[in-house]
Design a protein around this ligand. Structure first.
Ligand SMILES: *Cc1c(COP(=O)(O)O)cnc(C)c1O
Length: 389
């Protein structure tokens, strides 16, 4: 029998510390390894499998588009691409969308648009983008620079100019930086995912929006992880009375296929013009057909159910004596366990047949949004066993 782990370890770049499992197939929110052992999925890949595995609407959409027309390039019009852009705009109130293939690319587009907008409207010169400490915006050279965590800033310098960092939830620090520098944009995550599932303070975000208006700076939100129903609304910002100028998203949007999207409001809808940006695979018809299935399946009723299930999870967790600091929004949940490292909880969960994620020193849960009550209960039982193991 061929040993996949040995082959991977020899031939794939050693960028990932993989867990010693080779999954074979999956259904609903349950994965099966090569030996037929089952695992409940509380990670969705990393927030990607929003409809779980084998959702009939998603499978049908992908199969049909793969047979019909998988790719045309952006030299021509494509039906799923146009319809996805329309449906996303109608659902969220944005005016235009640029499609790419990942979260980092969606943020690259956001950064380029913010810079061009500043150039067009405020004149040439340096127009920095302010980001938060403990943020995460991606792994490309520009997005890793936008990421406000020093651990990501080793090895790969020099980094591009034009990013300034402030601590989260500190409105005075934001005001100071906007006063001292002529800036293009302020960019943040409503819930810092990789940073440890830290939800920003609601008043802070409202006050930040006011400051951005006052200083004529674009309000930009990275909804790569929080978007697409994850927090119980299509975008997380909707719950806080915010109206951002640019939003980026990816992860759960394609339900398992790579797609990123950057959405532009009134102010930025005309910023990108012919030839200013592009992507060979961006708006790929199969990925867009998959995303259309995700968008249609995650109706407002389905999102009511996301909020209900999120409540079940947080209530269960909060009742456990060693669980600390349950945080997050909707089905994006973080916590720590007294006396246990997050990696230990993850390993104990794996033994119980449950997949969880970590974010820094915290355990992170991002279950499929369509998880059944039965799988949710089984998963929670396994989680409780792992926590008390
Ligand atoms: C995952 C993530 C990204 C990067 O997305 P990729 O698809 O890995 O490039 C960017 N921002 C946030 C908030 C993320 O969670």
């Amino acid at each position: 029998m061929i040993d996949i782990q040995t082959i991977d370890n020899e031939f794939c770049a050693a960028t990932y510390g993989r867990t010693s499992v080779v999954f074979d197939h999956a259904s609903g929110a349950t994965l099966f390894d090569a030996e037929g052992r089952s695992y409940i999925d509380f990670g969705s890949g990393i927030g990607v499998m929003s409809l779980g595995y084998g959702h009939p609407a998603w499978v049908e959409a992908v199969k049909t588009q793969a047979e019909k027309l998988p790719h045309t390039s952006n030299l021509y019009y494509s039906r799923p691409t146009a319809l996805l852009a329309q449906k996303l705009c109608e659902r969220t109130g944005f005016k235009r969308v640029f499609f790419s293939n990942s979260g980092a690319e969606a943020n690259e587009c956001l950064i380029k648009t913010a810079r061009k907008w500043a150039n067009d409207t405020k004149g040439e010169g340096v127009h920095p983008i302010v980001t938060l400490r403990n943020s995460f915006h991606g792994r490309t050279i520009a997005t890793v620079t936008a990421t406000g965590q020093d651990v990501f800033h080793t090895h790969f310098g020099p980094f591009p100019d034009g990013f300034l960092y402030v601590p989260a939830n500190d409105i005075a620090a934001l005001e100071k930086v906007l006063k001292e520098h002529s800036c293009a944009a302020f960019l943040f995550e409503v819930v810092q995912g990789e940073g440890g599932v830290c939800a920003l303070n609601a008043q802070y975000m409202k006050a930040a929006q006011e400051l951005c208006k006052k200083h004529n700076v674009l309000l930009c939100i990275d909804e790569v992880q929080t978007g697409n129903g994850r927090t119980g609304t299509w975008f997380a910002f909707e719950q806080f009375g915010l109206s951002p100028d640019i939003v980026s998203t990816a992860k759960g949007l394609g339900g398992g296929l790579p797609i990123g999207a950057t959405l532009f409001g009134e102010q930025t809808a005309q910023t990108l013009t012919a030839g200013t940006h592009g992507s060979t695979f961006g708006g790929n018809p199969i990925a867009c057909a998959a995303a259309l299935a995700v968008l249609e399946t995650l109706s407002s009723d389905a999102l009511d159910d996301v909020r209900r299930k999120a409540q079940v999870i947080t209530t269960t967790l909060s009742a456990l004596p060693t669980v600390r600091d349950v945080s997050g929004l909707g089905m994006m949940i973080g916590f720590s366990v007294e006396g246990k490292k997050s990696a230990e909880v993850r390993a104990a969960a794996l033994k119980e047949g449950l997949l969880v994620l970590t974010a820094k020193d915290r355990v992170r849960l991002l279950p499929p949004l369509t998880i059944s009550d039965e799988e949710l209960q089984t998963g929670l039982q396994r989680l409780c066993a792992a926590i008390s193991a």
